[in-house]
Design a binder for this molecule. Structure first.
Ligand SMILES: Cc1cc2nc3c(=O)[nH]c(=O)nc-3n(C[C@H](O)[C@H](O)[C@H](O)COP(=O)(O)OP(=O)(O)OC[C@H]3O[C@@H](n4cnc5c(N)ncnc54)[C@H](O)[C@@H]3O)c2cc1C
Length: 489
């Protein structure tokens, strides 16, 4: 059995660690930050517990399947609540609570566009087919080469899966009402590209949204990290935090040691790069062992970065639900500014999470815990003036819709933007969630999990297969672990 060193303790690294250790491998996780969990860390300030990254718990069966590998079920770790309404969408002239029940949502759509209820069911049947095919087949492939997809059954289904048209055209073929279109296109924002550039395969996300639902683990999203950590510890994974890997030592085509910021050498038989792929490829490896050129990386389309605010308020916000999407601005203009113009948004869309609406344990009583996310281009230069300007815009928009001037109720406030992503996670260009899921960056066209330059180097995480998001990262870690377990029995 091989000793595996995993660089990075996000979900992909933790999932890989737990599976390999369960199979009997010796596993050590090395993490640069002082706490584990990567982009899903949590910090506590003045009685508020802030989840730093993910806030939408989708695809609950991916988590459940992981826990079952170790003889557990989700409720062994946390109390998972389905949110109802699933979320609120703010349009220019209305505020819509998106119901958790499909039939209620269909009835709502019908009031906006006659005939759309029936079409929604038809659309969701297709989305469910894609979800099942995608989640049972595609996402578990290591993306080594196109041959993995050459199986006739899989190949034929690629047409049924609508790999070659876009989410946007699929939705607009069926629906005309702009509110319906926005609600159905919204999940694509998780995939880091415009709906017009995202393969229609990904309407599978609508199945995840509407049929499978939006959930929340009481205690916060970091409860998932704690669950993974306790499984890792039970199967014997060891952790070293405050350990930043800077370089490797090699013997021919093998890494023999990972060298940290203090010059300590961590002996190893196998390495999994679970930090941002670009960082390992371009900044830790000796240049001759890099999998890709800097030109390749420059040509990649990244998911956006984000301007984030973590805010503790000394008041509650009446009528706010757990998740609120501020779509009271032009979606296409903002998307264009993120992906094409690379400018600061002229009139931003943003998202407000108020988990203290659902969970009293994460804020002092009568206080609100608020997380705000505004997607921005990774090509921007961070600026304190811009951050202050957008905070004011966001406060004004919240006041207009909910009647509370949150700027007058702040107990705690922290912002987090492009430079923080770079500093805290060694994130390429400050991306928040990896590479965009465009057709030319899907499956075998993503950066490869298996190094072709070094015999014992593997990659996992949101920049390789299957892609960004917590559930895909959990799957990515399991796929990488299988590759290693198969090779080093
Ligand atoms: C603001 C935000 C909101 C999001 N919202 C959602 C959501 O609602 N739902 C959802 O499903 N997903 C969401 N995501 C995406 C999801 O959080 C990520 O896709 C996932 O957590 C990535 O996991 P990972 O293992 O690939 O990487 P990471 O979590 O980034 O882990 C990589 C780790 O490597 C460490 N590292 C880097 N360099 C080194 C080094 N040299 N040595 C040692 N360690 C190193 C980093 O410190 C980090 O801990 C969101 C992400 C962000 C940022």
């Amino acid at each position: 059995m091989a000793k595996t060193t995993i660089i990075g303790s996000g979900f992909s690294g933790l999932a890989a660690a737990a599976v390999l250790a369960q199979k009997g491998h010796k596993v050590e996780v090395l993490e640069k930050n002082s706490t584990i969990g990567g982009r899903a860390r949590q910090f506590v300030e003045q009685g508020f517990k802030f989840d730093m990254g993910p806030s939408w718990y989708w695809m609950p069966e991916v988590f459940e399947q992981f826990y079952q590998r170790f003889g557990y079920t989700t409720s062994d770790f946390y109390d998972l609540k389905r949110l109802s309404p699933s979320y609120t969408v703010i349009f220019n002239d209305s505020k819509v609570d998106v119901p958790a029940s499909v039939s209620e949502l269909a009835a709502l759509f019908e009031t906006w566009e006659p005939g759309s209820a029936h079409k929604l069911h038809q659309f969701l049947d297709e989305a469910a087919f894609k979800y099942d095919a995608g989640m049972n087949t595609y996402v578990w492939k290591p993306g080594k080469n196109l041959l993995e997809y050459a199986d006739m059954k899989v190949f034929k289904s690629m047409f049924k899966l609508q790999m070659f048209s876009s989410v946007s055209s699929q939705i607009r073929k069926l629906f005309k009402d702009p509110r319906i279109i926005q609600i159905l296109e919204f999940p694509v924002l998780f995939l880091g590209a415009k709906p017009a550039n995202t393969p229609a395969l990904y309407t599978l996300m609508n199945h995840a949204d509407i049929n499978l639902g939006t959930w929340y683990p009481i205690g916060g999203m970091n409860q998932i990290v704690k669950a993974f950590q306790s499984i890792c510890q039970e199967v014997g994974v060891s952790f070293k935090t405050n350990t930043t890997i800077k370089s490797f030592n090699y013997n021919n085509s093998k890494i023999t040691e990972a060298i940290d910021q203090n010059g300590n050498a961590h002996q190893t038989d196998v390495v999994i790069g679970a930090a941002d792929y670009h960082h390992i490829d371009q900044h830790i490896l000796a240049p001759k062992f890099a999998q890709y050129s800097s030109k390749y990386w420059t040509s990649r389309k990244l998911a956006p970065s984000s301007l984030l605010f973590y805010i503790g308020l000394d008041t509650k916000i009446p009528d706010i639900h757990h998740h609120t999407l501020f779509f009271d601005a032009d979606f296409d203009v903002h998307a264009d500014e993120i992906y094409s113009q690379h400018t600061w948004p002229s009139d931003p869309l943003f998202y407000v999470c108020a988990p203290s609406v659902t969970d009293a344990s994460i804020a002092p009583s009568n206080c609100e815990n608020i997380f705000i996310l505004m997607p921005i281009s990774t090509e921007l230069k961070d600026s304190k003036q811009q951050i202050a300007k957008y905070f004011k815009i966001i406060c004004d928009r919240i006041k207009k819709k909910f009647g509370v001037d949150i700027s007058k109720h702040i107990i705690y406030k922290r912002d987090f933007s492009i430079d923080d992503f770079k500093l805290e996670y060694n994130s390429y260009k400050g991306n928040a969630y990896g590479l965009a899921n465009t057709l030319d960056q899907t499956g075998p066209l993503k950066p490869k999990m298996v190094s072709s330059k070094l015999d014992n180097l593997f990659y996992t995480g949101q920049l390789t297969v299957p892609g960004p998001g917590v559930p895909p990262s959990i799957i990515s870690g399991q796929v990488a672990a299988k590759l290693i377990d198969d090779k080093y029995v």
